[in-house]
Write a new protein. Structure first.
Lengths: 351, 249, 469
């Protein structure tokens, strides 16, 4: 409080007991001296421009208003990428964010998909290992009717960096969104993902894999808001915590009245590999509609005893088993990346 | 006794607070196939789990020697590496690890040698065709979303490729339809062709044994071996069931 | 005696909704002030420490902010709540000595009959004071103490009470704990000596009759080493147009290897603000079992908490919440694992109907000391129409790698197939749905003594019949 450089983000859609300190996260914002020059590689079907897309203005993000305010205050550059109705991108739209030695950047990315278009977008955030400072990227997406978007975001920045990666998506009728999130390194990572399943029959699926080590922090706020009828969401989060890692996962399935025929599913599996980790999980199902089905499951802890026995019985030592299961968690997510080049780049993490 | 591959003496096993096996003894020589039969709850699976070293099954008495080594001193993975294999009744699902990669990793653990991917793939596809498994299963995550029958086949596939010196098949036939039982026993027969490998088949159903060579049969009732005999005992049980033995326990 | 009619749009709750005029009762003024607290303290003949405790709690109340999460409690204005209503009678151990209207109330609720048939002891509270308290001779002879807190504070257990009273739920816990500390009245004190197993349950029944009043009973139970007790709590009130408040407090101390089962069927009227705090502390090898059915109240905030302080201690929480028209029931539980080898098991069901809001809210905290601990939470919610609401807000905080935590939640509706199946066997749609809902709530039903399970099923049937047709 009082510190103007601290912002509150990742607010839980429905607050709970205050002493748990899970209702939101406080993030210290460092100096920002402009926007990063994004290294772009885009297919010919996509056109890029340096102004905001009016289509995304009402879209809300997972981190919340504070990030919008921050970008506005810092007058951050916003790049818009468009793909027109019916266009299918031949290869992935690649946006590389090389923060180098020091961060201090804020960027906005708007993506607009025309009806029936198809696009894979890969956003890759990297830095030198000893990079310092704060960086924020906000991505707002408006997906037209029956469009398909696969959004891959890979965070592997230095452990002295604080990184805010905020996403907000609006899906029209029949639009399909697949989000792939990989958190491989970073000092303090704040991830927001809010998806408005607005159109009838729109679907979203997210697959998240993470490893948090050292004294690093990962704070996530995922929110699937089912407004349209027959909408489907599925969120899978698998990760590993080592050393003194701290992780918070807020995951919400929100069935708004009128979202009849919708289904939401959320699973989290956390492998704890050190006695000093902090794991916080709060999976919400908010429901104001009768004709829906919502499920949530979480497994937190060590390798289950029967699993350990099964794998030992095949000749694996406990060390091998831990290594194998850790790798498996990332592999399962990496495998879903439709862009071969990105998959290959990540093979060092899955060897 | 020195020619025994597995030697069990007066084995007592407890699960939680309850003793399940009350002193079991028998020996298996290399190349032999033994059948352990018995009604539900007799302790058949307990026997297999005790040999494999499941921590939930506490050995409170007796001894198990395998290949001259005291098994009870060995960790589960050491037992596996020394050549013991158990097919699980309920194999576990391991997301993110493909069936093919998993068998390769386990094989490398067992042999301590790097496995050449090309040779391995060839062998695996061969084994899969014996088991009438679609080759795409090799690329699927271990047991994830497999049906009951597919899981059992995946266990036999591992058996065929890991070629252990002692295999324990724990109710491999349960929940399988007639065709699947036939396919699975094809796989087991292929394993039996290896002259030195011994086999313990735990079952309460004789169907799987129809096409297999059996050297000895043990009847387990109420945690005790009430009778041991040759293959003809299987037919006797098929005809008369376990009733005659239940009073003996 | 004047038996009032209930509102036509409401379901038939006449079983609980009868009420008597309280012209004979003595009450303090509405609202809260140091003077009111002093008056209550004087009326109750408090020992000096208690008088100070009340005044300190009032100070804490005044400086503690309102909760900023959960259901809206704007309709509750403390200025209008009468915190102390003394019925015009003294506590007795003979129903014959209880004034007729009050005795009638409890007769209608079936309490004396239950006492004769299936209980080891009964306490009955009417508004702010106990009017009846009795324990079976055989049980008393085993050294079991079951009495009202007020007289216990002046008896041989005075020290025990002083060292336990609001130590588990301190007035600083939250605003309504502070309020409770200031104005508490009535409730029970139970002590079960080491090794004593109380074979049949004890029961306390709380009846709030006065309009605009608050009930603030305090239940303090100490189950010593290796002892066993099943305690049942029941509550009801007639419906008024003005808000009533219940801010009770339950503190349970479960000793080494002791087991305490605490069952509640809560059926407050639908103008009640039920802001109750329940907490158990469990020593080595001990176990607390919470069985909880929440059917009444306008607004509820209820999260019984288990503090697993002793190695190998356990907590089981089984509950069902049914939120109908005009109800906002925010229920759930909290578990803190503080010691190695502790286990917690949570199994809850919630049902929302006719615009009711039910929220399942929980927290499971596994501290670093709680090696080899296990927690399993399962919550299921049923939506019976599309004007109601059902939220699930479970939190987990795990701080050791040597723990196993599992959580599952499911929300859905009654399957058409199930209704069709039952109707094909000759049930009406209404009966089919009621049967399915009763089955859904069976996690609690099968844990309750038969009479209470029957009462619970009646409540469900009442709620179910309210809407259709």
């Amino acid at each position: 409080m009082g510190d103007t450089n601290t912002i509150k983000l990742n607010t839980l859609p429905a607050a709970t007991f205050r002493w748990l300190r899970m209702n939101d996260a406080s993030c210290r914002v460092g100096t920002i001296d402009g926007s990063l020059e994004i290294s772009e590689e885009f297919p010919c079907e996509v056109c890029a421009e340096g102004i905001r897309a009016p289509e995304v203005s009402g879209i809300r993000t997972g981190c919340g208003r504070a990030v919008d305010d921050l970008l506005a205050k810092e007058n951050a550059a916003v790049r818009t990428y468009r793909i027109e109705d019916g266009e299918k991108a031949g290869h992935a739209l690649r946006l590389d964010f090389p923060y180098g030695k020091s961060a201090g950047k804020a960027n906005g990315v708007d993506i607009v998909l025309g009806a029936g278009s198809e696009l894979v977008t890969v956003m890759d955030y990297t830095s030198e290992p000893d990079a310092e400072g704060f960086a924020a990227v906000r991505t707002k997406i408006c997906a037209g009717a029956k469009s398909h978007l696969t959004l891959v975001q890979i965070v592997r920045v230095g452990e002295k960096m604080t990184f805010v990666n905020d996403v907000g998506v609006h899906l029209d009728d029949g639009a399909e969104l697949s989000v792939i999130h990989l958190f491989l390194s970073g000092g303090k990572i704040y991830q927001g993902l809010q998806t408005a399943l607005f159109g009838t029959g729109s679907t979203m699926r997210s697959d998240t894999g993470y490893i948090v080590r050292g004294g690093d922090l990962l704070d996530m706020n995922y929110n699937a808001v089912h407004t349209g009828k027959k909408t489907v969401s599925s969120m899978t989060v698998n990760g590993v915590l080592r050393d003194k890692a701290s992780k918070t996962f807020r995951g919400t399935i929100d069935f708004v009245r009128g979202s009849a025929g919708s289904a939401g599913d959320e699973t989290e599996d956390v492998l704890l590999l050190s006695d000093d980790v902090i794991n916080r999980t709060i999976p919400l199902i908010l429901c104001a509609e009768e004709d829906v089905s919502g499920n949530h499951g979480a497994t937190i802890g060590r390798i289950p005893e029967d699993m350990l026995f099964y794998l030992s019985a095949r000749g694996l030592s406990e060390k091998d088993i831990v290594r194998m299961l850790e790798k498996a968690r990332l592999d399962a997510v990496i495998r879903r990346i439709p862009d071969e080049k990105t998959r290959e780049q990540l093979s060092q993490y899955s060897k | 006794m020195s020619d025994s591959l597995l030697s069990i003496k007066d084995l007592r096993v407890r699960v939680e607070e309850k003793e399940i096996l009350h002193g079991i003894s028998f020996d298996i020589k290399p190349g032999e196939t033994h059948v352990v039969m018995g009604p539900n709850g007799a302790g058949k699976s307990t026997l297999g789990n005790a040999i494999m070293g499941n921590p939930s099954y506490e050995v409170t008495g007796g001894e198990i020697f395998f290949d001259g080594r005291n098994l009870l001193d060995m960790a589960v993975n050491e037992r596996a590496k020394s050549g013991i294999y158990m097919s699980f009744q309920n194999p576990l699902e391991v997301p993110g690890v493909t069936l093919g990669n998993f068998i390769k990793t386990a094989l490398e653990q067992r042999t301590g040698e790097h496995v050449r991917i090309w040779d391995f793939r060839k062998k695996m596809l061969q084994a899969m065709s014996v088991l009438q498994m679609d080759p795409s299963y090799a690329e699927r995550d271990l047991n994830v979303g497999f049906s009951g029958g597919e899981k059992k086949k995946a266990e036999i596939l591992q058996l065929m490729l890991l070629s252990p010196s002692l295999a324990i098949l724990d109710e491999t036939d349960s929940g399988l339809d007639v065709d699947a039982v036939r396919t699975v026993s094809e796989g087991i027969r292929a394993f039996q062709k290896n002259q030195d490998s011994a086999l313990i088949i735990i079952t309460h159903n004789a169907a799987i044994l129809n096409s297999l060579h059996v050297d000895a049969t043990h009847i387990l009732v109420g945690g005790k071996l009430v009778r041991s005999g040759d293959a003809s005992l299987v037919d006797e049980i098929s005809e008369h069931g376990f009733t005659a033995y239940e009073t003996l326990s | 005696m004047t038996e009032e009619k209930t509102y036509v749009e409401d379901i038939d709750r006449s079983l609980y909704d009868f009420r008597y005029e309280d012209k004979d009762a003595w009450k303090v003024d509405e609202g809260l002030s140091a003077d009111i607290i002093k008056t209550i303290s004087r009326e109750k003949n408090d020992p000096e420490w208690m008088r100070e405790f009340r005044l300190r709690s009032l100070e804490i109340y005044n400086r503690t902010p309102m909760v900023d999460w959960g259901p809206d409690i704007e309709g509750l204005d403390m200025k209008n709540i009468v915190t102390y209503v003394r019925p015009n009678t003294k506590m007795t151990a003979d129903w014959e000595d209880v004034p007729e209207t009050i005795r009638d109330t409890f007769e209608k609720l079936g309490i004396p009959q239950a006492e004769r048939e299936s209980l080891a002891g009964v306490g009955a509270q009417y508004d702010s004071e106990l009017v009846y308290h009795n324990v079976k001779k055989e049980v008393a002879e085993q050294g079991v103490v079951y009495t009202d807190l007020e007289s216990a504070m002046h008896g041989p257990y005075a020290e025990m009470i002083r060292s336990h009273f609001m130590k588990l739920v301190p007035p600083t816990d939250h605003k309504f704990a502070a309020l409770h500390g200031a104005v508490w009245s009535g409730g029970s004190f139970v002590y079960v000596p080491p090794g004593v197993s109380v074979e049949i349950p004890l029961q306390s029944y709380f009846r709030l009759n006065a309009p605009g009043a608050g009930q603030f009973e305090h239940t303090l139970i100490i189950v010593d080493k290796g002892a066993y007790l099943h305690f049942i709590e029941g509550c009801s009130a007639p419906k008024y147009n003005i808000a009533n408040l219940h801010a009770g407090c339950v503190e349970l101390y479960v000793g080494e290897d002791a087991v305490l089962r605490y069952s509640t069927i809560e059926n407050w009227s639908k103008n009640m603000y039920n802001l109750n705090t329940k907490r158990a502390k469990v020593e080595k090898g001990g176990k607390v079992e919470w069985i909880s059915g929440s059917f009444g109240s306008h607004v509820s905030y209820l999260y019984p908490m288990s503090v697993l302080d002793g190695e190998g201690s356990r907590s089981e929480f089984t509950s069902v919440t049914f939120a109908g028209k005009g109800q906002n029931l925010d229920t759930g539980c909290k578990v803190v694992h503080n010691a190695p080898g502790t286990t917690s098991y949570v199994n809850t069901r919630s049902i929302s109907k006719s615009g009711g809001i039910s929220t399942f809210r929980s927290s499971v905290v596994i501290g670093n000391k709680a090696k080899n601990s296990k927690s399993a939470v399962s919550c299921q919610s049923l939506m019976l129409d599309d004007i109601s609401r059902s939220d699930t807000i479970p939190a987990m905080d795990v701080r050791t790698d040597q723990a196993d935590v599992g959580h599952e939640a499911r929300i859905g509706r009654i399957s058409d197939d199930a209704v069709f199946y039952l109707m094909s066997r000759g049930l009406s749609e209404e009966d089919a749905r009621a049967l399915i809902v009763s089955g859904f709530a069976d996690n609690v039903g099968k844990e309750l003594p038969l009479e209470y399970a029957v009462e619970m099923n009646n409540l469900i049937r009442l709620e179910m019949k309210g809407s259709i047709g």
